[in-house]
Write a protein that binds this ligand. Sequence first.
Ligand code: ADP
Ligand code: MG
Length: 705
Amino acid sequence: MRPNELTPLFASVQALTGIGPRLIVLLKKCLDLPQGVTEPRVLDLLWHLPNGVIDRRAEPMVAGAVPGSIATLKVRVLKHKAPPRGNRRAPYKVYTEDESGRLELVFFRAEHKFIERQLPIGEERYVSGRVERYADTLQMSHPDYIVPPEARDDLPLLEPVYPLTAGLSGKVLQKATLQALDQIHPLTEWQDETWLKAREWPGFAEALHRLHRPVEASDVSPGSAPWQRLAYDELLAGQLALGLVRQSIKAQSGRIVKGAGHIRARIADALPFSLTNSQREAVREIEADMAAPQRMLRLLQGDVGSGKTVVALMAMAVAVEAGTQAAFMAPTEVLARQHMETITLLAEKAGLRLALLTGREKGRPRKDILDRLAAGEIDILIGTHALFQADVVFHDLAFAVIDEQHRFGVHQRLSLQSKGKGAATDVLVMTATPIPRTLLMTHYGDLDVSKLTEKPPGRKSIITTKSSLDRIEGVIDGIRRMLQKGAQVYWVCPLIESSELTQLAAAEERHAHLYQIFGKEAVGLLHGGMSAQTKDAAMDAFAEGRLKILVATTVIEVGVDVPNATIMVIEHAERFGLAQLHQLRGRVGRGERQSYCMLLYKPPLGETAQARLDMMRETEDGFLIAEKDLDLRGGGEVLGARQSGTPGFRVAEVPNFEALLSAARDDAKLILANDLQLATPRGEALRALLYIFECDEAVRLFRAA
Ligand code: ADP
Ligand code: MG
């Protein structure tokens, strides 16, 4: 059970005072909620860390206040001067002074009553805000704080600044966060005391306090002791969770799945090409895993277009040859359908019985599929996460492929695994983004990896160019010429920080712009907010060549295949990560014709952005790009939530991520070697850590034990 001390952290923010439905809507937008969490909780407020500090500690005399800087001043109110009637533009002024000089407080469009109440004539007040010189007078317009002397201690002398959303003010958020801090109850320290001492790291609760109520301006920085402590907590939790999950998988015995090869032979005959050496090797490795009595958990890494699907199909054929069933799960509906089509072409010739199950199959047809599945009349079930639903029961599932593209977590992987007999399903995870070794460790732990290092023969390289958005007309002219030659174009619109809505607006705007130029029939739009049907209709129209240009948000990143599309335009390319640019570029270059990738950027380009775009022009090697991405951006962000859809890190995106990670990995190994059940006093404390970072899949394991 979750320790009682943690209960208040998991309560809805509604439990705090002054938080109503309107504020909840805003918090939902502003806070980074983990997948599946629909209402912000106290914990989510605590993880919403400031990205800066306003330092109000300077308390000079008025004469000594430095214009342009933030100061807190103690002044006496002399006189009020309302603007002349009818002149809404003139400010309301309040004259104040201390022994050293005079300060004018200036309010535009102010509510007079409010100012009169806040600043009664003859009384002393602390005012805090930016001081400015206007001609010969010192002014402060709209002080951030006005408090009477007895309330001076309420002034946040170091005021944390938070990422906000329209309609949510820093003050309101801060008030909520301060209440959230009060919900942290004393917890037993889970980190090693000597380790903490050596680094001068504070305890968990103190660390959160120091970030939300900084004592030093430097507290609010990913390199500060409190931040580092929390980052380490998060990494350790992750490593422990992976370790526990891995142990539990290893502890369960698997089953031996061996095929005679007859179905694979038929598939090979039906293929219009022969497998590359890389593909053959991967199939061999998977086959060996399946034939071994242990549980298989393997990652198939292969660059976009490297031909993972065929490998997966061959592996599924092994399971079918052995008289069992296989499942293939894709991250999106569009992709599931596309896999279904490709696989159907090959598999039917080999006599395989397939079915598709997504959120869209409902009622009678769905029941039909489930019945046939349970009766063993379906060999391979292809679908989306709809495969996880409780009523999806296999006759005998032995092998599952998860085409991950980062969209699923360990959690789903386990729940699919548990659908097999005696929970012994072998699992192959496929990923298109080549993930550097260190990051693999964080997200998957020590699993086995197969790599597709060569591309299928005959692939032309993609010509990548970059140009400024200022020259977009020239780009459009170029596209016009290529369209005349029959090319098709993807046009991807910018990813704007955590706001699908703004991204959508940008895409809609570009869509409107382009169809004015190229005609309404030629230009389509695809984005995540569309219904599955509309999305499919747009994709179909594009795939069939009826649409010439498809304007899209990043939804097309995940694996669609239109060989005739030879131009990829990426608008605001400077905002994308390298790995993501690479993924997007991989959507073209699939056919016979020369393909192009045009990176449009908004000048001026920063140094890192410049390096990123140049890297894209220099190479198409996904592994190289992934390593470089890591260099340029530092750890966590490469697999961060924004681009992946998996829950990213909450605090661990720090500059020395790699060093902390490798320490956490060693630490976790040692802990589990000595205390696999987390039953010692430190183990108990570590369980709380796992709860705090919501490592649910690991928590479930020791709860079941
Ligand atoms: P990935 O999923 O790794 O991005 P796919 O499996 O979608 O790549 O394969 C990309 C394309 O390459 C498909 O059209 C597929 O039919 C083709 N392909 C796969 N393997 C080979 C091969 N050995 N030779 C030629 N073409 C291949
Ligand atoms: Mg694919």
